[in-house]
Structure formats: structure tokens, C-alpha cells
Design a protein around this ligand. Sequence first.
Ligand code: GDP
Length: 140
Amino acid sequence: MQTLTIIKPDAVAGGKAGKVLAHLEAAGFVVRAARMTRLSRAQAEAFYEVHKGRPFFDSLCTFMTSGPCIPMVLERADAVAHLRKAIGATDPAQAEPGTIRKLFAESKERNAIHASDSEDNAKREIGFFFAESELKGNWA
Ligand code: GDP
């Protein structure tokens, strides 16, 4: 099963991208696709459209466009649930010890990593960043 993650701009700018990826690989995820990109405002607003109208929407989009991020397709058994567990709660102050957000997040907004929260959203979010052809590489 596949899911989508994004190493967010705070983690990339803070030089933590490699550590986050090492943590993901140690948790049994295989990287099936990856790229570094800087989201446009329109892309950030479309990606987070479910949060449109929330008080933090504008600030979230400003943060997500503030620098490069690294979207990746990750694969392992039960990928969506395992990744949500590996990243920890949205607010690092609430996250379990050993989770990526507990280890690397700066704040509830600048929280190092995104992970799809359902299988349906994983499909949508993978399609948001990657073409079908990019998901069928030499590894298949
Ligand atoms: P996630 O699934 O754990 O990433 O959390 P949500 O889907 O609820 O929120 C999406 C993203 O918006 C989070 O990862 C944070 O970057 C940001 N965010 C969520 N809640 C808040 C909040 O209360 N304040 C601020 N400033 N940002 C938030």
C-alpha cells in the first residue's frame, strides 16, 4: 500500500530532511517516488482546500510556500496508518516520544512532515504530486 508524505519547508530549511527520511526508512517505508519542489500559493491552497475557512489556513499556506519541500510516495503494509503513527500528533507538544514530529517539529504549524490521513486522501494526494508513469519505475 502507498501513501503520501511531504517533508515540510521547516524541516528542509533546518537541515533535517535526511534525518526524517532515515526515520521513515527505519520504520519500514520504501520511497517509491520523490522530488524537491517549492509550492505555489495556488498549489498550497488546492492541496489544503479541506482546511479553507479554518483560522490557520492563510498562515499554513504561507508556511508551505516559504521554501522547498519534499513530497514522496512511501510504500509498506498498512502504509497510511503506520505513517500517521510514525509522525505523531499535529502538535509536537502532544506527540508521542520517538515520533517524527516529537523529534523534529518546531510548532503545531511548522511540524516537519505531512502524511495522508486516509486511503482515499492518499490516492488524491499522490495524484496531486506524481504522474502514474513516475510510480512505475525500475523498482516494480
Ligand atoms: P495533520 O493531518 O496532523 O497534518 O493536521 P491537519 O490536517 O489538521 O492540519 C494540516 C496542517 O495545518 C498541520 O499539519 C499544521 O501544519 C497546520 N495546522 C493544523 N492545526 C493548526 C493550528 O491550530 N494552528 C496552526 N497555526 N497550524 C495548524
